[in-house]
Design a protein around this ligand. Structure first.
Ligand code: FES
Ligand SMILES: [Fe+2]
Length: 461
C-alpha cells in the first residue's frame, strides 16, 4: 500500500454521495489549525449564562478556540467579553476562572485595566515611559460581537458574522428554549471540566447517535439511570437493547432537524407525557427529573415549532454547544488539540425549584455526565479509542462510514415555516453526515452568504 502523507483538500474530506468521510480529519494537525481559524475564529460561541455574572464586576473566563476571554458584567449592567491577554507582554490579566473584580491587574508588571478593558494604570508611566504611551490605544481587546439569547451569552470573533438570532435560527433557538422554557433558570455553581484524549468531532458525532446506547450504555439501563421501558401514548414500548433481534423495536419515534450553519436537533418524541425523561432511582430516588408541562403553554408554542415542541432530544449548536434538556445541562466541547478535548458541563435549575428537585438535578449532573458520570465515562472510552485507532498511517486511510438510511432520509420542508427542515427517523446517521458536510463548508473559508446556502439541507439525505 502506498500512503500519501499530505493533508487532503477540503473538498475531498466528506462525501454525501457515499456516506463516507476521511479519517484524517480526526488527527491531522493542519486540519485542526484550519478549524481554529475558520470555525472557532468565526462562529458564534457560547460563553456563559447570565446568571453566572449577575452583579457588576462579576466575570467568567470562557474559551474561544485558543483565545481565552473574560466575560464581564459592566457598571451599566451590560456585558463585555475581553481577551484575557495583557497589551504589554501578553500575560493573563486574570488567573481566576470566575469571580468578582473591581479591575484587572496584570501580575507581571502591574498594568491595570478597568471592567470595560480600558488601561487605567501603568507603573512608571511618567518616570520610565516619559508619558509617551497611549493608554487609550492599549486596552484589553474586545470580542467583536457579544449577544444574549434567553440568558445564554454568546460571542464571535468575526465582526462580519450575522446577528446571533439569525445564526441560531429556529433549530438553535428551540434547543436553548428546551432549557430556558423550564422557568427562571440559573446555572448551578461549579462547572465540571475535564479532558478526554479524543478529537472534538467524535464528541459531536456521538450526541446525535441513538444507535449506541443499547450497547455502550447497557450498564445505565441495568442500573436504572436510563429507563428500560418508556410509556407511550396508546401503549408501552420496550427498549429491548441487545436482547432485540428486531431492528424495528429499536426505532423510537422521532427525527432529525437540520438548521442553517450546521445546527442539528436529533430527538425522540416525548411520548406525549409532560414529565417523561430519565429517572434517577438508582441515585436519587426521584421520578420526573424534568418538568415539561411548560410545553403545553401558548408561549412555548410560539417560541418553538411543532416538531421541536414534541421532542426530547439533543441539539448541537455548531460547532460544539450540546444541549441535553433531559438532564437540564449544556456542554461545551473545547478543542485543545487534534487529539485532546476539554469537556465543560453547565447544569441548570429553576431558581424556585424545591430543594429535592434541585438535589435530583445535581445528583444526575454528577452521575450521568462529567468525570464521574456513567454515560460520559462509557462514551469517552469510545471516543478516545476511535481517535487512537483512526490515526495510524494505514488506519487513517480506511473510510469512516455514515451510511445508515443513506439517501432514504426524506427532508420535510415545512411550507408554513413553523418547523425547520427535518427527517422523521430517530436512529439514523443523517445528523452526523450533515454535520460533517457543514463542517467542510465552514472549513473552506467561504463567506457567510455562501455558507448559509451550503448548509441549507437538501430534499433527500
Ligand atoms: S505583561 Fe502585563 S504588565 Fe507586563
Ligand atoms: Fe452515549
Amino acid at each position: 500500500m502506498t500512503l500519501d502523507h499530505t493533508t487532503p483538500p477540503v473538498t475531498e474530506l466528506v462525501s454525501l454521495e457515499r456516506g463516507e468521510i476521511d479519517r484524517r480529519i480526526f488527527s491531522d494537525p493542519e486540519i485542526f489549525e484550519q478549524e481554529l481559524a475558520q470555525i472557532f475564529g468565526r462562529s458564534w460561541l457560547f460563553l456563559c449564562h447570565e446568571s453566572q455574572i449577575p452583579k457588576r464586576g462579576d466575570f467568567f473566563e470562557a474559551p474561544m478556540g485558543r483565545d481565552n476571554v473574560l466575560v464581564v458584567r459592566q457598571r451599566d449592567g451590560g456585558i463585555k467579553a475581553l481577551l484575557n491577554t495583557c497589551a504589554h507582554r501578553g500575560n493573563a490579566v486574570c488567573r481566576a476562572e470566575e469571580g468578582n473584580a473591581k479591575n484587572f491587574m496584570c501580575t507581571y508588571h502591574g498594568w491595570t485595566y478597568d471592567l470595560a478593558g480600558n488601561l487605567i494604570g501603568v507603573p512608571g508611566l511618567s518616570e520610565l515611559y516619559h508619558d509617551d504611551l497611549d493608554k487609550s490605544a492599549n486596552g484589553l481587546r474586545e470580542v467583536a460581537q457579544v449577544d444574549v439569547f434567553r440568558g445564554f451569552v454568546f460571542g464571535t470573533l468575526d465582526p462580519e458574522a450575522p446577528p446571533l438570532h439569525d445564526f441560531l435560527g429556529p433549530t438553535g433557538r428551540s434547543g436553548l428554549e428546551m432549557i430556558a422554557g423550564q422557568g427562571d433558570m440559573e446555572c448551578v455553581p461549579g462547572i465540571q471540566k475535564f479532558v478526554i484524549p479524543c478529537n472534538w468531532k467524535f464528541t459531536v458525532d456521538n450526541l446525535f447517535d441513538w444507535y449506541h446506547p443499547q450497547i455502550t450504555h447497557l450498564s445505565a439501563f441495568q442500573t436504572g439511570l436510563l429507563p428500560a421501558e418508556a410509556d407511550r401514548t396508546g401503549g408501552r414500548m420496550k427498549m429491548e437493547g441487545v436482547a432485540s433481534s428486531d431492528g424495528a423495536a429499536l426505532q423510537l419515534p422521532g427525527g432529525v432537524v437540520s438548521g442553517d450553519y450546521g445546527d442539528q436537533l436529533v430527538f425522540i418524541d416525548n411520548f406525549g407525557h409532560a414529565t417523561a425523561g430519565p429517572t434517577v432511582d438508582a441515585f436519587g430516588d426521584f421520578q420526573g427529573l424534568v418538568d415539561n408541562s411548560w410545553r403545553d403553554t401558548d408561549e412555548a408554542r410560539e417560541r418553538m415549532g411543532p416538531v421541536a415542541l414534541r421532542s426530547l432530544g439533543h441539539t448541537n449548536i455548531f460547532p460544539t454547544l450540546w444541549i441535553t434538556p433531559a438532564f437540564c445541562q449544556v456542554s461545551l466541547r473545547v478543542p485543545r488539540g487534534p487529539e485532546q478535548t476539554e469537556i465543560w458541563w453547565f447544569t441548570f435549575a429553576p431558581r424556585e425549584a424545591p430543594p429535592e428537585r434541585r438535589t435530583a438535578i445535581i445528583q444526575t449532573a454528577i452521575h450521568a455526565f462529567g468525570p464521574a458520570g456513567f454515560l460520559e465515562q462509557e462514551d469517552g472510552e469510545n471516543w478516545a479509542q476511535s481517535t487512537l485507532q483512526t490515526r495510524g498511517h494505514a488506519s487513517s486511510r480506511v473510510p469512516q462510514l455514515l451510511k445508515m438510511n443513506l439517501k432514504r432520509g426524506k427532508v420535510v420542508h415545512d411550507s408554513e415555516g413553523l418547523d425547520p427542515p427535518y427527517i422523521e427517523c430517530s436512529i439514523n446517521e443523517h445528523g452526523q453526515l450533515w454535520t460533517f458536510h457543514c463542517w467542510a463548508a465552514w472549513l473552506s473559508g467561504c463567506g457567510w452568504d455562501e455558507l448559509r446556502e451550503r448548509t441549507a439541507p437538501p430534499d433527500v439525505l
